[in-house]
Design a protein around this ligand. Structure first.
Ligand code: SF4
Length: 769
């Protein structure tokens, strides 16, 4: 159903398809923003609630009735929850939790507006003179139904429908005009630079082909080719012909988002006639103007009257070409509305949306929900996609900590203390069932889960009643319990539930996602095309399997702009960095580093598997080679300490920075030219063998027949390549990489290293073609 998607049918320029819900949200939402009725019931609870309500209806009852109608350029469509022809009764069912009397008036008005639009569409479709309307509120907690009824004649409903449409039609007209001008300009859009860089054309062409065929793509593309412009440009180019509504550019970190905004600015600067709307989505934490307040009008001034001021803010925001965080904030403050929720609103009206992965991939993702509800055709670009497996796992995992329960109990409102006590008792009973410090539970702990659900229900009811925000300690536990109970609904072989017992720290209960494919596959399926790109995506099969990408997903390994003559790669296979050989490895590693430094003084980075190992080698090195400057990564460095560490790498500097593989200095940093002339990688990067990782290995073996590779080898080598990739950052850089461990000589390991390094290519990537 398209709120903003333009009709793919007869005349895409003059017909505007809008979902009933989106139409009413635009025209009938007034007053305060109020999220106290959210988190509303979970998706499963909502579906179950609908099922309970409709199961009591007669044999002729028509559930999920598709309806549509036209008004000028608008094509309005949607699905009414149910129609009972025996009673000539159309129903809209809303599940909720808590006292219905607390439902804000503006929510109820919105529900009536939707139902009346459906009433009109039904009367028009079936030639009815009148229809009975029922708004059915179903309380998930008490299982009670509250039914509000009215009877309306078709003339009345037609007038209401016309009124809704009239209030939307001017906006729709400007949207149509915008889309038309945007697509016309995109059709003739030229690449914003005089020429493509080496590799950039290959990347752009493959992304363009992926858009044409509507397929997903895994693109391993090296640093330095201009990936951001090289991916955004072809997606934009493909938009008119393939009727793309929006492009989502998702990045793991803030610098990646900034690169995307810069790329959009470069493209639009080179095409002044292109009216592209670009939006940056930032997290609520970063956007909130009143931290500590709750998101409703009784608590926060930015929520009070939000919908009354939204139309003016929305119009003003449309006037800003690139709505980055600062621009969005300026508009929001000028109109007294919350910047975070203004951002969510503007996602509906923007062409390119830049944000974190979670806006499309996590459980309650805004962009995914909007795309789904509105039938948008979207192209998704995912930068630094080697992070996707770990990020997606985290999105679908949750940890409950016993000490957090204790803190929540101490801070809980009095009526909740009893339910929390019950959680505590059931937790204690569970902990007594085993004595091992780590155990994978054969099934979800049902009794504890029931107690957690009761906590969530009771807390939601209190939230609905109260104007004050929750105590932070209690709120933290509440959100964790909410996430835990939600994940429990979709629990399966893709995840495990485990219990850690620690005498000192207490116990931790987790739902741990191992294979995010189960959750992500529908997201890939919904998008017209998704491209995952990164400098390290080998082997593609690992990402395709674990992330749940479609079988038709393509793979490219983009040629590097760098030549093997720029880099010397030395495999030191006489040294083992395995845990049991570490003590013996320190002296030869220190000697090797000193030798290289003496041969070619300059700046180096040395990577180790842990801080302990780093400190052992660094202290021996400093003792034996006091004349060579060293600087060490510390365990918890803040932003300015990290900047100080990097500041040591000056173009005329000399010394060795000791860092941990997979840490802050092993990816995402650019030390061009003489700022870095070499790296020592004294580890294969393999994740530690521990009970959790061994469980991961078992699941990976069962799912893909590649337990060791998918758990240890591929994630490890990916980190090595990222870290070593710090050395050559431009076509004029020169450098050396020492890969220190006998296992780097193994063909299976070498096959995972970049081809341009000049080592033998491996067969693995061919498997994903
Ligand atoms: S400013 Fe903060 S508290 Fe207020 S509505 Fe926005 S996010 Fe919520």
């Amino acid at each position: 159903m398209g709120a903003t998607s333009l009709s793919a049918a007869d005349n895409p320029v003059t017909t505007y398809v809008v979902a009933v819900r989106a139409l009413c949200e635009f025209t009938a939402k007034v007053g305060d923003l109020d999220l106290r009725f959210t988190p509303s019931p979970t998706a499963r609870e909502g579906i179950a609630g609908h099922g309970i309500v409709t199961s009591g209806r007669g044999a002729n009852y028509q559930a999920e009735l598709s309806l549509c109608g036209d008004f000028g350029p608008l094509h309005v469509r949607g699905r009414a929850d149910g129609y009972d022809p025996d009673q000539n009764l159309i129903e809209e069912i809303k599940t909720h939790r808590g006292d219905l009397a607390r439902l804000p008036d503006n929510h109820r008005q919105l529900h009536w507006a939707q139902l009346r639009v459906y009433g009109h569409l039904l009367c028009a479709a079936r030639g009815l003179a009148e229809v009975n309307l029922a708004l059915v509120y179903f309380d998930i907690g008490t299982q009670q139904q509250t039914v509000l009824r009215e009877t309306r004649c078709s003339t009345d409903l037609a007038a209401l429908f016309d009124d809704q449409c009239n209030r939307f039609v001017a906006w729709a007209a400007q949207e149509l005009a915008h889309r038309s001008a945007r697509d016309a300009a995109l059709t003739t859009l030229r690449f914003p630079h005089p020429d493509f860089r080496i590799g950039q054309r290959q990347l752009a062409e493959n992304i363009f082909k992926a858009q044409i065929s509507g397929r997903c793509l895994l693109a391993q593309a090296p640093t330095g080719i201009g990936k951001t412009v090289g991916s955004l440009f072809p997606a934009l180019k493909a938009a008119p012909a393939h009727r793309l509504d929006k492009i989502f550019f998702l990045a793991a970190k803030t610098p990646g988002r900034q690169l995307a905004l810069d790329a959009a600015a470069t493209i639009t600067a080179a095409a002044p006639a292109l009216p592209l709307r670009v939006l940056e989505l930032a997290s609520r934490d970063k956007s909130c103007e009143h931290p500590g307040k709750a998101c409703h009008g009784e608590s926060c001034p930015m929520a009070r009257g939000f919908y009354d001021r939204l139309p003016a803010a929305r119009r003003a925001a449309l006037g800003v070409r690139v709505l980055d965080r600062a621009a969005l904030r300026a508009v929001a403050l000028a109109h007294g509305v919350c910047p975070y929720y203004l951002g969510s609103e503007m996602a509906r009206w923007s062409d390119v949306i830049v944000g974190d992965y979670n806006y499309y991939f996590d459980g309650g993702a805004l962009l995914y929900s909007l795309a789904q509800a509105n039938g948008w055709r979207v192209s998704v670009l995912v930068d630094e996609a080697h992070n996707m497996v770990s990020r997606a796992r985290a999105m679908y995992s949750c940890e409950l900590d016993r000490s957090a329960l204790k803190a929540a109990r101490a801070a809980a409102p009095a009526p909740l203390q009893k339910v929390l006590d019950k959680v505590g008792r059931r937790w204690s009973a569970l902990a007594k069932t085993g004595s091992a410090t780590y155990q994978v539970l054969p099934q979800l702990p049902d009794k504890l889960l029931v107690a957690l659900q009761a906590t969530v229900v009771a807390t939601t009811e209190i939230l609905v009643e109260s104007a004050a925000p929750l105590d932070p300690a209690f709120q933290r536990f509440y959100f964790d319990a909410l996430q835990f109970t939600r994940l429990a609904e979709s629990f399966g072989a893709h995840s495990l539930c485990d219990l850690h017992l620690d005498e000192r720290l207490g116990s931790t209960l987790s739902i741990r996602n191992i294979v995010p494919a189960h959750y992500l596959a529908p997201r890939f399926a919904l998008a017209h095309s998704t491209t995952l790109f990164s400098a390290t995506l080998s082997p593609g099969m690992y990402y395709k399997d674990t992330l749940g990408m479609p079988a038709t997903t393509g793979w490219i390994d983009v040629a590097s702009p760098f030549k093997s003559s720029q880099l010397v790669v030395k495999v030191i296979d006489k040294i083992s960095t395995r845990y049991q050989h570490r003590a013996a490895s320190c002296a030869p590693i220190a000697a090797l580093m000193a030798r290289q430094y003496a041969d070619s003084p300059g700046n180096y980075l040395a990577f180790f598997s842990s801080f302990d190992y780093l400190e052992q080698v660094a202290s021996l090195f400093a003792e034996r080679h006091p004349g060579i400057p060293v600087w060490l990564q510390a365990r918890r460095m803040n932003e300015s300490e990290r900047a100080d560490f990097l500041a040591q790498f000056t173009a005329d500097g000399h010394g060795i920075g000791f860092a941990v593989l997979g840490g802050a200095f092993s990816e995402g940093i650019d030390l061009i030219g003489a700022r870095l002339i070499g790296a020592f990688v004294a580890t294969l990067g393999l994740p530690q063998i521990n009970p959790v990782n061994e469980q991961v290995r078992l699941r990976m073996q069962a799912a893909f027949g590649a337990g060791y590779d998918y758990t240890y080898l591929y994630p490890g080598i990916q980190k090595v390549v990222q870290a070593a990739g710090r050395v050559i950052r431009s076509e004029t850089d020169r450098g050396v990489i020492y890969l220190i461990d006998d296992r780097f000589a193994q063909p299976a390991v070498r096959a995972l290293l970049p081809r341009w390094w000049g080592l033998e290519p491996g067969p693995l990537d061919a498997a994903v073609a």
